[in-house]
Design a protein around this ligand. Structure first.
Ligand SMILES: Cc1cc2nc3c(=O)[nH]c(=O)nc-3n(C[C@H](O)[C@H](O)[C@H](O)COP(=O)(O)O)c2cc1C
Length: 376
């Protein structure tokens, strides 16, 4: 065999290996990061941990999972915020982070009830932390075995609930009767295009403002986990995964620097993709509270997770669009306008605003294991 032919064969083999490696790499999915979703083994003997292993699956802003759990005595726990996991640019008063404690606590309560355990909660036992959260606990909870505790049908949806950011099916309208099962007065919903159109515009303007405002955009960019290896290593933040993202990363078309650079294709594609999903809005629901205390925010989280769990049971996809509700100056006009359009009276706050529709299923978002949340 001539040298040149051998070289060619070796060369082809090497290329084949690279390609095989590439295919293997682009089709790989995060593994460790989604283990917490498989809470199907025997539950821990400690009834608190048995509830919290479900609670860590709760929706929470930017998937920061800021929940710190201190076990107290045999049946209590103090829940506080990992202050490093807040979002100071887009959530300057920790309002959304607190909503994510409401979702966590309600999910814990539902999971405890499933095992005949009643969860009693004292919100903010050492007082309201304003204008930002501090090291004081957000809640103190106590678990009591009580055979009379009613089971909650939403338990069945905890492991299936996922935020769905895909484009929703434009041919499948959402029945008002189903929306009415997600939220009740004072919260609201609409599937009427004439009402949705101006709200859609506010949502789309706000996402553009957030991306074009360097410091708010960078808050998201810095929390992006690109590809399965990053997601498994740091299972929180905003995940970019799947074969397309892995391929773009492999050929050097997707990284944090490009996502931050307004002239890059990655940045422009991000904006187009966001406009597409935020524009696909067959129906909307929102959650409103009479004021904006920490207790209001916890209550908003409780109602939001219940709405999303109920939606999962009905086969509906849900995607919060929080950009117009945020309290940084560049988005003040959209903030005022969304409150006006949704009929909020003086002092009332729209805490959550989400699109609803039918879509393909999505994969679970990453989670840290429960042990990571337990503090001494
Ligand atoms: C208060 C709050 C605000 C949120 N805002 C948005 C948002 O504006 N856009 C978005 O895509 N997801 C939003 N989410 C969803 C979270 O990003 C999501 O819950 C998190 O990434 C975990 O994913 P999962 O819900 O699929 O488990 C929000 C969630 C909460 C609780």
């Amino acid at each position: 065999m001539s040298i040149s032919r051998r070289t060619l064969i070796l060369g082809a083999g090497a290329i084949g290996l690279v390609l095989a490696g590439g295919v293997w790499r682009v089709t790989r999915l995060p593994e460790a990061a989604i283990k917490p979703w498989m809470a199907d083994g025997p539950p821990p003997a400690d009834m608190r941990l048995a509830a919290f292993r479900h609670a860590i699956l709760a929706p929470n802003p930017h998937n920061r999972q800021p929940w710190m759990i201190r076990l107290v005595g045999p049946d209590e726990a103090e829940i506080s915020c990992d202050l490093a996991k807040r979002l100071p640019e887009t959530d300057p008063f920790d309002r959304q982070i607190t909503i994510g404690f409401g979702t966590f606590l309600e999910t814990a309560r539902i999971a405890a009830a499933e095992r005949g355990v009643r969860m009693e909660m004292t919100p903010l036992p050492l007082g309201e932390s304003q204008p930002r959260l501090d090291s004081r606990p957000v809640a103190r909870v106590r678990f009591i075995k009580d055979a009379s505790t009613a089971r909650d049908p939403l338990f069945a949806a905890i492991g299936q609930r996922h935020t769905n950011r895909l484009v929703y099916d434009p041919t499948r309208p959402v029945a008002e009767a189903d929306l009415a099962r997600l939220v009740t007065t004072p919260d609201g919903f609409t599937a009427t295009e004439a009402r949705i159109a101006p709200l859609r515009k506010i949502a789309m303007d706000s996402i553009r403002i957030e991306q074009e405002t360097h410091r708010t955009h960078m808050e998201s960019v810095n929390l992006m986990r690109i590809g399965h290896a990053e997601i498994d290593a740091t299972p929180d933040g905003l995940a970019l995964s799947g074969p397309m993202m892995e391929s773009l990363t492999l050929i050097g078309q997707l990284d944090r620097a490009q996502l931050a650079d307004p002239s890059s294709t990655a940045y422009k594609t991000g904006l187009t993709m966001q406009a597409e999903t935020y524009g696909s809005t067959p129906a909307l629901f929102w959650i409103i509270t009479p004021g904006n205390t920490r207790a209001d925010q916890l209550e908003a989280g409780r109602r939001y997770v219940r709405a999303q769990l109920q939606a999962s049971l009905l086969g509906l996809a849900v995607h919060p669009m929080s950009q117009a509700l945020q309290e940084y100056p560049e988005v003040a006009a959209q903030y005022a306008e969304i409150h006006r359009q949704l009929g909020a009276k003086a002092g009332e706050r729209i805490q959550m605003f989400a699109r609803v529709g039918y879509a393909d299923p999505v994969r679970p978002a990453a989670r840290w294991p429960l042990e990571k949340h337990i503090i001494a």
